[in-house]
Design a protein around this ligand. Structure first.
Ligand code: SF4
Ligand code: SF4
Length: 84
C-alpha cells in the first residue's frame, strides 16, 4: 500500500535495531526477518506520535504528517500558508 504520510524509512541508514518495531504503540511496523529491517504493514494506523523517529539512533525515520496537519501547523514553509 502506498501512502503519502506516516513513517518513511531510509533503509540506507537502518541498522536493524528494531526500536521502531518494539516501541510503536500502534500496529504500523512489521518485521522482515530475512533482511533484518522493519516493514510498513499498516501505515494508515500511524497516529504521528513520532516515537519511532525520536528513538531511531540512525535517524533513518522521518514521520510525515498528513497534509491537513501540515497546513494547520504551517509546516510547509513559504509555499503554503506561512505568511510573515
Ligand atoms: S529504529 Fe531506525 S535503525 Fe532501528 S530498525 Fe527502526 S528504522 Fe532501523
Ligand atoms: S509516529 Fe508513532 S504511531 Fe506512527 S509509526 Fe511512529 S511510533 Fe508508530
Amino acid at each position: 500500500m502506498r501512502t503519502r504520510h506516516g513513517p518513511k524509512i531510509d533503509f540506507n541508514y537502518c541498522n536493524g535495531c528494531k526500536q521502531c518495531y518494539d516501541l510503536c504503540p500502534d500496529d504500523v511496523f512489521g518485521w522482515d526477518d530475512a533482511n533484518n529491517v522493519p516493514t510498513l504493514d499498516y501505515p494508515d494506523e500511524c497516529q504521528f506520535c513520532c516515537t519511532c523517529e525520536l528513538n531511531c539512533s540512525q535517524l533513518a525515520i522521518d514521520v510525515v504528517y498528513p497534509l491537513y496537519a501540515r497546513l494547520e501547523l504551517k509546516m510547509l514553509g513559504n509555499e503554503q500558508g506561512a505568511k510573515a
